[in-house]
Design a protein around this ligand. Sequence first.
Ligand code: PEP
Ligand code: MN
Length: 475
Amino acid sequence: MDSSGSWSPSSWKSKSIAQDVEYPDQEKLAKVLSKLHTLPDLVTPSEIERLRFQLSLVQRNEAFLLHAGDCAESFDACTNENVSAKIGLILSVSLILIWGARLPIVRIGRIAGQYAKPRSSKMEKVGDREVLSFRGDNVNGLDIDDRTPDPERLLRAYFHSATTLNHVRGLLTSGFASLHQPRDWSLSHVRSPSLKNEFEEIVESLTDALDFSRTIGQESGPSFELGGARSTVGEVDFYTSHEGLMLPYEQALTRLCPVPKSNTDALGASNLNEQKAYYNTSAHFIWIGDRTRQIDGGHVEYFRGIRNPIGIKVGPSMKSEELVRLLDIVNPDKAYGRITLITRYGAGKVEDFLPEHIKAVKTSQHPVIWVCDPMHGNTLTSSTGLKTRHFHTIISELTSCIRVHSECDSRLGGVSLEFTGELNDEGFSVTECLGGSMELSEEELGLRYQSFCDPRLNFEQSLDIAFLISNHYKN
Ligand code: PEP
Ligand code: MN
């Protein structure tokens, strides 16, 4: 394919588009898109550049990446409680990781825009009816009488993203997210006393360390350089992400902006020919899914032209030479911090595919961050018909990844998880994945199964994973 041809925010339209949505009302779609085009940016170029720089630190083994959140957000789940619980869980997990890995954690939430879902088939059978598949809240409704794609939902997605992001920004600046107050993230509903104790011990040690810095005269803790701006220990950065599936939406929020001056030196961006670049302002980081990464497809075409750091899902069907060609297209300059490869093979297949992929990427000299997604290759159906994942296969994929990377003289730079801090009205965690220290059984799955998409780890199971990774890096 001609990937060196001229790029524009709409050049993807001349390619074939996997998972395309067919809107019956094209006039309404055009109106919605032109409205989206005029609405303000959700995130800014400086924030995007800051993330790009922080990811280049991950690449240099100076930080670890935590990518986590829901499989899909829903408009109804956009509440104070849910968003706060998600941020609380991401912070708790990252605190455990900081403790073990002794590295800064770059936090990217699957949040404030993760509405669209790829589907394996266009239609689905519900009872005796054959209806269009549910494609996520920004496309159609879960209700079987609401399956016609409605462009208005793209606007609602934008406003729900803006509201979510506003709440996240509020939490970050009002002290909730401060490492000085990790008790606010609440472990009251965690069933296992040993898990609670382990977390409390970390909180105690951290509080001591921060108090010590204060005592020796650094009022708010030592500060350090991260991303061209001074950060203070005890304060956290947080970034948003979603799968860049709906290209009309992504295009409407793509803007030509000056590359922020303060970042250009730190990024080596003085090499940029032009001082302007196209930024996708709907999220800091977007990724290409395993079903939409065709070399000559519309998604790859769109992604190659934006300046945001991007992710690429890598499943068992990815050929090594295809992976390298893909990297040549989306990162021809071999820039650091630009590409994160998110592998999701399935626990039993890591050995078969990862070593080859690592070897091919090394030979190509493409700088990438390797992240393990131990969720998407390990989905199964329980005997009661619920989509689930077993904790031990999730752990197995993760530990195989860590081992294979070290055997191949490579390094796992991060982890990508589907989890939720959501609680039901009585304050109990969801029950969607089997096992973990709470030993969730098949019979318990139906108790609080709330996901309308993939099964998510609950609060307790997520802390289990965090301790596992943390202990690996500590030992
Ligand atoms: C996802 O991350 O929710 C997803 C659909 O992943 P993949 O593209 O790897 O199947
Ligand atoms: Mn998913």
